[in-house]
Design a protein around this ligand. Structure first.
Ligand code: ZN
Length: 420
């Protein structure tokens, strides 16, 4: 994950264009089964339209003393994404409305986009901006905006059933590491791991698609089936820094995606900050929209909008660590393991089964139950053919893994049976 992030970081990505294609091409080299789709510019997608394709090649300003400022080749954040081509001379005062900086973060370059309104601009540290001398500046932007395609990458890993678990992430940000790229490489690693399995109950779908317009483009052709088969979905982003764990619920808050995230965190004694759906910021905005209503939630580290470096040049590879990426991978891996075992069981007896004759209950009654007996006693009170294992373990207030292994013992003893 660390190596892939390092290789992908320098590429100037956007919601369309060569940088996005190059990134998807990199992913496809790792997993050749990833399909790369293309939706043509101009195509209507719900309330949106696929924009023309943008390809930047070079951009900078030359100051009155001949110095090069805001050089795109030094940092691609210097150029406002989707800037139109431009070559002209103008005064600093006329230029100011096209410059972007953050007063409170004077050493960081902000990340700005203008996807749907033809515009141009440069982003620079506020300190640099303050030191710009009066005079005439030469503006040079070598970019191309013309009809093309919006690309996304999709991978389906079939399991024994058509019930799907979905992971969505967005490879549409330029050189930003925690926001966007961390999710892209964790999705790649999870997919690569699942590709090697032949025991999967669920089918797993991975989507690497530009945020908002790309997830809407996918929904446009998949929403009907998605609503039938998707059991739980997760937006993967902001997973590579050392910040606290953050949980963004689905709109409804009690979907399987929510329940598995919170139960996993609870079972592993992990502290986390819980957010409200009012603070949503990524593709849960589309997947959980009332007229889409898919069960998507997100477990992140430092959440978008909240960390100092968010959407600035400070969100670089220095913010990520291999250890944090690995830990995030492990958390999602546990989530997958729980979902795979999350089945529904019902009793095979009317009234309590006689556990003693099955060697599951101490025959010498001294009224105390050992730990396993106690867990089995609780399970047998609630396993009803309706509750899945995650709900069951929540109700009996025991760790999922403990409940899962005791349920297996009860199944082997023909006390419980699998319903679905
Ligand atoms: Zn972002």
């Amino acid at each position: 994950m660390w190596d892939h992030a390092n290789q992908l970081f320098p590429i100037c990505r956007s919601i369309t264009g060569d940088g996005l294609r190059q990134t998807l091409g990199h992913l496809k080299k790792v997993i050749p089964k990833i399909e790369i789709k293309g939706i043509p510019s101009g195509q209507k997608i719900f309330d949106w339209t696929i924009p023309d394709e943008w390809n930047p090649k070079n951009a900078y300003m030359i100051g009155p003393d001949g110095e090069k400022i805001a050089n795109f080749h030094e940092n691609n954040l210097h150029l406002v994404s989707y800037s139109v081509p431009m070559h002209k001379r103008m005064s600093l005062s006329d230029l100011q409305s096209h410059l972007h900086s953050i007063v409170e973060k004077p050493d960081l370059i902000p990340y700005r986009t203008s996807y749907y309104k033809r515009d141009w601009g440069f982003c620079l540290p506020h300190r640099t901006r303050q030191n710009l001398k009066d005079g005439i500046y030469e503006i040079y932007i070598d970019s191309e905006i013309k009809p093309g395609v919006l690309n996304y990458g999709e991978l389906l890993i079939p399991g024994q059933t058509e019930k799907e678990i979905m992971f969505s992430t967005y490879p549409c940000h330029p050189s930003l590491a925690n926001d966007s790229l961390s999710g892209v490489v964790i999705a790649l690693a999870l997919a690569k791991n699942l590709m090697n399995r032949n025991d999967l109950y669920h089918s797993f779908r991975f989507l690497w698609t530009p945020e908002t317009i790309g997830s809407l483009a996918w929904l446009d052709s998949n929403i009907g089936r998605a609503k039938e088969v998707i059991q739980a979905g997760f937006v993967l982003t902001c997973l590579g820094d050392d910040g606290p764990l953050s949980y963004m619920p689905s709109r409804k808050g009690k979907t399987l995606a929510d329940r598995v995230i919170t139960k996993m965190l609870y079972d592993n004694n992990l502290a986390f900050d819980s957010y409200s759906f009012n603070q949503r910021g990524s593709d849960e905005r589309q997947f959980c929209h009332p007229n889409v209503d898919l069960p998507f939630a997100s477990l992140m580290r430092s959440i978008y909008g909240e960390y100092e470096e968010y959407h600035t040049s400070g969100d670089d590879m220095g913010l990520l660590s291999p250890a944090a990426l690995q830990e995030s991978f492990n958390l999602y891996f546990r989530i997958i393991e729980m979902l795979e075992k999350n089945r529904v069981y019902k009793p095979m007896t009317i009234g309590e089964p006689q556990l003693g004759k099955r060697n599951l209950y101490a025959n010498l009654s001294d009224s105390t139950l050992d730990e396993d007996e106690m867990v089995r006693f609780k399970i047998l009170g609630y396993a009803d053919g309706e509750l899945d294992l995650i709900s069951l373990s929540e109700i009996v207030d025991e760790p999922f893994d403990v409940v899962s292994s005791q349920v297996q013992i009860l199944v082997d003893a023909q006390v419980l049976e699998l319903v679905k």
